[in-house]
Design a protein around this ligand. Structure first.
Ligand code: HEM
Length: 212
């Protein structure tokens, strides 16, 4: 899609579940990373790891049944679209996407895949289910994911500057400016509330387990 010249109205792009998923994912990954090396914080690390797994499982389902811009079919594109987008950035006439742009989508797919790999290897290590190198793979994936997160943040800043729009604010509010008929109709707030409640109950149960 080319740069829109009819960005007239505030329209909803990100539904509430996508936004809650994103910020809980940020919290869980950051918390799990910071507690990774400490024996004292091990149960917090494991709890945040399970949270990451639950969030990613939800997102896989939501990527199929969710709203327009949340669907994988809407934003995952092949290498030629990624290259075309990157070239358009260099040319100074960036292709505009109301949802995730093709390069951002690469980072998003990588982050989700790495997150799932980290959860699987962490689970196996914690429960003594596999060979010893799984623990090393778990560490390696955690550090690799941090690098992709840094790339993701650089991408968000570059795209925000190029398109002169605040992408972080959109990931908080769900809104962008665009043609009225391109917005999603429903926010699905109840689903987002259910995610938050489920996470809080899980954290409370884990806390009760640790304290008790
Ligand atoms: C642990 C760190 C992070 C991870 C794992 C992560 C992961 C993701 C994922 C998976 C998405 C896709 C959301 C979806 O479609 O469901 C996304 C999008 C996004 N993230 Fe992050 N993120 C991280 C940190 C951040 C931070 C710190 C910010 C901002 C300060 C940020 C800003 C954004 C924005 C603006 C988008 C939407 C990009 C677009 O408009 O295409 N992310 N992130």
């Amino acid at each position: 899609m080319n740069e829109l010249n009819t960005r007239t109205q505030k329209i909803r792009i990100w539904d509430a579940p996508v936004r809650v998923f994103h910020w809980l994912l940020v919290l869980s990954f950051a918390g799990a990373y910071l507690t990774a090396e400490s024996e004292v914080w091990r149960l917090v690390h494991v709890t945040l790891g399970y949270t990451l797994g639950g969030l990613l499982t939800f997102r896989l389902v939501w990527g199929v049944v969710g709203t327009r811009y949340a669907r994988f079919a809407h934003f995952v594109r092949g290498p030629s679209a990624v290259l075309r987008y990157l070239k358009s950035l260099r040319s100074g006439q960036p292709e505009y996407y109301l949802g995730h742009n093709p390069a951002g989508a690469v980072a998003i797919v990588l982050l989700m895949a790495m997150g799932l790999g980290i959860v699987a290897t962490g689970y196996a290590t914690y429960n003594d289910l596999g060979p010893g190198w799984l623990a090393q793979l778990h560490d390696l994936l955690g550090n690799a994911m941090l690098l992709v997160v840094i790339g993701h943040l650089v991408g968000v800043v570059v795209a925000s500057l190029q398109h002169k729009e605040n992408l972080v604010r959109s990931m908080v509010t769900g809104f962008k400016t665009g043609p009225a008929d391109q917005g999603i109709q429903r926010s699905w707030t109840a689903v987002a509330v259910a995610i938050v409640v489920a996470v809080l109950i899980f954290w409370y149960l884990q806390y009760a387990h640790i304290a008790g």
